[in-house]
Design a protein around this ligand. Structure first.
Ligand code: ADP
Ligand code: MG
Length: 414
């Protein structure tokens, strides 16, 4: 029987201050409260965290949340605590382990965030057995699948751990799974096929454009002039991040900061904080930037080189326009990007080469299409969209036949 969502709506208002559920949140919450294991595939920014945080405040026992990045966990911890939810993390960056474990054993925690590495530790299993677990929430669940774009072997240890607690429901969450990855996640985590809930992937306020790259600094500067407000520019290497940030600052006179793993942690944190607080800053970054950043008013995301896959493209561009206002996603690609990526394929392990090649081919299909970009994107995620969206470069100014043939020729020769 479907759970009565009345108490959940009350908690939504009291704990989170929201008037209504968004998208499929109510369906997911209802399943979780009914104790049914679920895989929820919801786009970035759709509000996945709430689907376990809210039940965690209502259920008897602690919700154990598995999350792949310490930075992500600490962001979540801050926002959960800001809402008055009893939450803690057990990570290598924490010094208050003893207090956390004591609070957990007393049953005082609604949420306990842990890294997947914990799952394989017998002491951790013992810790879980010492109190009542209400729910296992597995964030970024595509990490469990070799078909996903970010496989983490430690996620494979979650199944045996959860199997030791057969009465505890499981909630797996991801933004980026294609059909193949979805069924793999279900199988790997022991969730029935009937437990799959997929939200719509369309982000209608994002205008997609994919252009040939000739002079990235000039092209991004033009985008900045056309589209005011905060923006993220992804560049493939640290060196290109640094250079592009300098060029853009010089060309536009705007505040443009770099972000990559080679910067000292304090400077990275400072640049990120400045970006989140700013109303017109542009950050040039490697893909190390963005996971877990909650900035609703990002007005554009530019790629100065091809992303790793359609999934990565969707996730990265999905950081634009979360407030629902118009935003742009512009990818600048070069033939050399595909040549480099194909070259890299030869270095990939045999077992993964086929799926990596498919991923690259799918991305080439998106770059090369003379048709609607959104249609290609949404079909990739298993949806059946209209033929034309009216809000991408190819819908707004259809390419000529010669342009399209020329593009296909370039890509084939890469
Ligand atoms: P995801 O993990 O799916 O990318 P998050 O869980 O980080 O998304 O949520 C994105 C933003 O949406 C957060 O700022 C969150 O507070 C907000 N949000 C979530 N659910 C609702 C809701 N029902 N109403 C309004 N805002 C919401
Ligand atoms: Mg999330």
């Amino acid at each position: 029987p479907p759970a009565d969502l009345g108490p959940a709506r009350a908690a939504l208002r009291e704990v989170f201050g929201f008037d209504s559920f968004r998208g499929v949140q109510d369906q997911v919450v209802a399943r979780v409260l009914a104790g049914e294991s679920t895989l929820a595939v919801m786009p970035t920014g759709a509000g996945k965290s709430l689907t376990y945080q809210l039940p965690a405040t209502m259920m008897h026992g602690t919700c154990v949340v598995v999350s792949p990045l310490i930075a992500l966990m600490h962001d979540q911890l801050r926002s959960a605590r800001a809402n008055g939810i009893a939450a803690a993390t057990l990570t290598s960056a924490d010094s208050d382990w003893r207090e956390t474990m004591d609070a957990f054993r007393r049953g005082d925690l609604d949420l306990l965030y842990v890294a997947p590495e914990r799952a394989s530790q017998p002491q951790f299993r013992d810790l879980l057995a010492s109190t009542r677990i209400a729910l296992f929430a597995i964030d970024e669940a595509h990490c469990v699948s070799e078909w996903g774009h970010d496989f983490r072997p430690d996620y494979r240890q979650l199944r045996p751990l959860m199997d030791a607690f057969p009465d505890v429901p499981r909630l797996a969450l991801t933004a980026t799974a294609d059909a193949h990855t979805r069924s793999d996640i279900l199988a790997q985590l022991g969730i029935p096929e009937s437990g799959l809930i997929v939200a719509g992937f369309d982000r209608p306020n994002i205008r997609y454009a994919i252009r040939h790259r000739d002079n990235p600094a000039r092209q991004v500067a033009a985008l900045m002039a056309e589209q005011p407000g905060p923006g993220i520019v992804y560049a493939p290497t640290r060196a290109r991040v640094e250079k592009l940030a300098e060029q853009l600052a010089a060309a536009t006179g705007r505040s443009v900061l770099p972000y990559h793993a080679g910067l000292p942690p304090e400077q990275r944190a400072a640049n990120q904080a400045a970006f989140v607080a700013s109303e017109d800053m542009v950050i040039v970054a490697t893909i190390a930037f963005g996971m877990g950043i909650d900035k609703p008013d990002v007005r554009f995301v530019a790629h100065a080189g091809i992303p790793k896959s359609i999934e990565a493209y969707y996730q990265e561009t999905g950081r634009a326009g979360r407030d629902g206002d118009p935003a742009q996603a512009v990818m600048l690609w070069g033939v050399s990007d595909f040549a480099t990526a194909r070259q890299r394929l030869t270095e990939v392990e045999e077992s993964r080469r086929q799926s990596e090649r498919q991923r690259l081919d799918a991305l080439a299909g998106l770059v090369e299409t003379p048709g609607c970009r959104r249609t290609v994107l949404l079909r990739h995620f298993g949806e059946h969209p209209a033929e034309r969206c009216g809000n991408c470069d190819n819908c707004l100014s259809p390419p000529s036949v010669t342009d399209a043939t020329e593009l296909a020729r370039k890509l084939l020769s890469a």
